[in-house]
Write a protein that binds this ligand. Structure first.
Ligand SMILES: *Cc1c(COP(=O)(O)O)cnc(C)c1O
Length: 403
């Protein structure tokens, strides 16, 4: 018998679950795009996009997914033949590097593998070795969604300053904005990219780029930026349509208005971060307990280096793949596949999964996912230590008591 009928839960790291309020805000007739509500609303949206990034500089909106936001940043930051230094800690860092290379940028990658964060000492050494200052920008993911590694962005800034190198610091916050603490100005970030469908709780379709004044000036005239991707007019628009190089993504903007109000003005950014931290802690506690009696392990040993929006884990002997299947068909919960941990079709591909706890999620959703996983492990006879759910519940109880 399947117990999957009921509201399904897509617990993969994007698209994340969306508040009904966001969807309801999108459910309306086409607005006038020349004057009225949407034009008035957009100035406030751009201001709130700066607030959510703790940035006083500029935000540009693209009709794209995260890959589009990657290319927007690349197109504006570099001219053909310029050099990028990419700090890779999983599939998404590698992906940003691949896009840059394909667009004509010379790319140097420092690959930190799949289990450890970017090392500021190696960044500093690479920048010191670049005596001619040919590296125009350093690219790094805040949370690499494939490995769930959290990179220490202030430490990267400090390494760049210690090396006395003028490169821009560009950060991919697609899986962290609205989940993990991120402070664009305080952390000295010059360019940041994100997208609508993860922590921001809006359907896929909007890509965002935040740009410091320094980066606007340093990138002016870069020859990869075609009229559509050029951030200049999107930021300094004389006419409304120039913010979008054409028709505005009308309904996504109404959805975004609702989600930013929920994040910034109702729950509040510090509480949003604290909620993600507590839910992540519950997931880790369950895995740690299960791992005492079976071949289960979190991908990142040190909690300080784990993102709070997604958890990558291993369940050996193909357990992860079998469990994902069980949770979806028997319980209505879809867990994330392992991404970039093993090649599809290889014997160990079924050993990896990811649990998302990103965006519009609360204690009952995350504890529900964990309880379903434990039921699945019992049903499939996957060996695991007892008490995982109790451990997760106690993290939740503790978090609520201390708040
Ligand atoms: C999801 C994600 C991307 C890609 O975004 P898409 O919307 O799927 O194109 C890039 N980087 C990170 C860190 C992500 O989590």
């Amino acid at each position: 018998m399947s117990l999957a009928h009921g509201r399904p839960y897509l617990a993969i790291p994007g698209p994340s679950s969306m508040p009904d309020r966001v969807l309801a805000a999108m459910h309306r007739a086409a607005p006038n795009i020349y004057e009225g509500d949407i034009v008035d609303m957009t100035a406030g949206l751009l201001a709130d996009l700066r607030r959510v990034a703790l940035s006083t500089s500029h935000a540009a909106i693209y009709i794209s997914n995260g890959h589009g936001a990657w290319e927007a940043a690349i197109a504006n930051m570099f001219s053909r033949g310029d050099k990028a230094l990419v700090l890779a800690t999983g599939r998404f860092g590698i992906g940003w590097a691949t896009h840059a290379r394909a667009m004509g940028v010379e790319v140097e990658v420092i690959d930190f593998g799949l289990n450890t964060p970017a090392d500021p000492a190696r960044l500093e050494a690479a920048l010191r070795a670049d005596t001619g200052h040919s590296i125009k920008a350093v690219l790094v993911t805040h949370i690499d969604t494939a490995t769930s590694i959290l990179n220490d962005i202030p430490a990267m800034r400090a390494a760049m300053d210690a090396a006395g190198h003028p490169a821009l610091l560009a950060v991919d916050c697609i899986a962290s904005l609205g989940c993990n603490e991120f402070r664009m100005d305080d952390w000295g970030v010059d360019v940041m990219v994100s997208a609508s469908q993860k922590g921001l709780m809006v359907p896929p379709g909007l890509g965002f780029v935040w740009v410091s004044d320094k980066a606007v000036a340093a990138c002016r005239g870069s020859d990869l930026a075609t009229p559509y991707w050029n951030w200049e007019k999107r930021i300094f628009a004389d006419y409304y349509y120039e913010h979008f190089a054409g028709t505005a993504p009308t309904h996504h903007l109404f959805g975004l208005r609702e989600s930013l109000t929920m994040i910034l003005d109702e729950e509040g950014l510090p509480q949003v971060w604290a909620r993600h931290k507590a839910l992540a802690g519950a997931v880790w506690a369950a895995f740690d307990t299960w791992g005492l009696g079976g071949d289960l392990a979190l991908n990142i040993a040190d909690p300080a280096h784990r993102g709070h929006s997604v958890t990558a884990a291993k369940i050996g002997n193909g357990g992860a793949g079998r469990l994902r299947q069980w949770c979806e068909t028997q319980a209505g919960v879809t867990l994330g596949i392992g991404l970039g941990m093993a090649e599809p079709g290889s014997p160990s591909y079924g050993d990896y999964l990811r649990v998302a706890h990103m965006g519009h999620v609360n204690a009952h959703m995350t504890l529900g996912v964990l309880a379903v996983m434990e039921a699945g492990m019992q049903a499939l006879a996957i060996p695991h230590g007892p008490g995982g759910i109790a451990a997760a519940a106690s993290v939740v109880a503790q978090a609520c008591k201390s708040a």
